[in-house]
Design a protein around this ligand. Sequence first.
Ligand code: NAD
Length: 337
Amino acid sequence: MIRVGVNGYGTIGKRVADAVAAQADMELVGVTKASPDYGVETASRRGYDLYAAVEDRTDRFAAAGVDLAGTLGDLLDAVDVIVDCAPSGVGERNAPVYEAHDTPAVFQGGEDAAVADASFNARGRFEAARGADSVRVVSCNTTALSRLLAPLDETFGVEKARVTLVRRGGDPNETDRGPINDIVPDPATVPSHHGPDVNEILPDVAVDTAALKAPVTAMHTHSVNVTLATEPDPAAVRDLLAGESRIFLIPEAAGIDGAGALKDYAADAGRPRGDLWENCVWEESISVTGRDLYLFQNVHQEADVVPENVDAVRALATDVDAAESVARTNETLGVGL
Ligand code: NAD
C-alpha cells in the first residue's frame, strides 16, 4: 500500500485526492489546507484527514472550529509520497521541506522543470521517474500535447508540429481572471513556453507553439498542424488515436460542437465534477494534405493531469510498469469515453 498525502486542496489537489483514494494500491493519508475555507467542509465530508499547510496558521483553523490531524510536517512523516498541489511557484518553496523530511514528491506543471529530478507524462516519459526523488507532472496543455505527439511520432515520425493554443482565461471558480471581452495573445511572442515544455517529455520532437487567452472557463482548444515524416492515410491516424486510452475521439454523429456540449456529456455520463480526463479530439477534424496532418482537440485543464498524478505516484514508489499503471488508473477512475 502506497501512503500518499496531498499538499494543497484546490482545483487539482481535490481531484488528485479523490483519484488516489480510489486506488486499491494507495491510501490517502490526508490533505493539507492553507485556510479553513469551504474545501475544509467538503474534504471532511469525504472523510479525509486535514493537516495545516502552514504551521503558524493553525489558530485560524481552531478559530473556525476545525479539527486538524496535524501540520504538513506530520503528514510528510506519515506518507511514502507527497503530491504538491500548491499554487504555481509555491511548490518550489515547498521542495526543501519535502527534502528535509526525505519524502519523495510529485510537483505540478506550474513549477519550473528544475523543481524536480524529471518531468513526467505516463504516455511519453514514465520511466524517467525510476530512481528519482521527485517528478513534475507537466501542465494540462503539455500533458495533452505529449499524449498526442508521442504516438504520432512513434508511428509516422513527426518532422515538425505547430500548435496554436486558445487557452481558457481562468478556471470556473477564478472570478478574478480574464480577459472578459477579448482574445489576447499570451504571450505575444512565439514560441510560447508550451513547446519547450513538451520537449521536457519528448526531447526529439520539433514543436512550435503560439498561445492566446480567451474569455472562457471550461476548456482549452488546440489547433494542431503536424508535418509528418511519411504521408499518412487519415483512417490510419484515426485508428491510431482511437487506440490511445487517454484520447477520446469525438464521433461526428454525437453532435458535440464545443466545450459546452463536451462538459454536458461528461456530467451526464456521471463523471465526477463533469471531468474529462482524456484529450478530446474531433474525429471529423482529422485532415491530411500530403504529409500535413490537421486536427482540433479540447483539453479539460482541471482534469487531464489527474490520472497522470496517480501514475507518477506509482512510478516513484513501485516498480509497476507504465502499461500496468495506466491500466489500473484508467480502470479505477473510468478513463475512456
Ligand atoms: P488552486 O489555487 O486551485 O489550488 C491551490 C491550493 O493550494 C489552494 O487551495 C490554496 O489555498 C493552497 N495553498 C496556498 N498556499 C499553500 C501552501 N503554502 N502550501 C500548500 N497549499 C497551499 O491551484 P490549482 O489550479 O489547483 O493549481 C495547482 C498547481 O497545478 C499549479 O502548479 C498549477 O499550475 C497546476 N495546474 C493547474 C491546472 C488548472 O487548470 N487549474 C491545470 C494543470 C496544472
